[in-house]
Design a protein around this ligand. Structure first.
Ligand code: ZN
Length: 133
């Protein structure tokens, strides 16, 4: 194998290559110092990336204090009151009993009107008639 044939496989891990391809690349690397150096370079890059991925991130010093300072009471947002949405059960009950609810509302409206008319009539009876002398 020539260097140009091996070059595309130098960055690959040995378990990523088909067995015959990996053997050919390994044989070339054993004999070619330039490709061996390139393969080692890729290996170091691979190891560095794996180390970064495995490292537990450490927050920078002062981060916690900065967060606490920013979330001090003066910076906190107050919650906006909201009207609670009806539960799905309530919405379903309303939609299934729409006619009964309308009838009840109609009866209540008529009763309120009758009560108002009675009250008006009662007030008229109690009020003394205007003098027409
Ligand atoms: Zn080579």
């Amino acid at each position: 194998m020539r260097c140009a044939q091996v070059a595309p496989y130098l960055a690959a891990a040995s378990d990523e290559l088909e067995r015959a391809t990996a053997r050919s690349v390994r044989e070339h690397i054993d004999e070619c110092s330039a490709c061996r150096a390139e393969a080692l370079r890729y290996g170091r890059i691979h190891d560095s990336i794996m180390a970064i991925g495995a490292a537990e991130p450490v927050p920078p010093t002062g981060l916690v204090d900065a967060i606490l300072e920013r979330t001090a009471p003066a910076h906190r947002r107050s919650m906006i009151p909201f009207v609670p949405l009806p539960t799905p059960e309530l919405a379903r009950a309303i939609s299934e009993n729409r006619e009964a609810i309308a009838n009840t509302a109609g009866v209540a409206l008529v009763a309120a009107g009758a009560a108002w008319a009675l009250w008006r009539g009662f007030k008229a009876v109690r009020r003394p008639a205007p003098n027409r002398a």
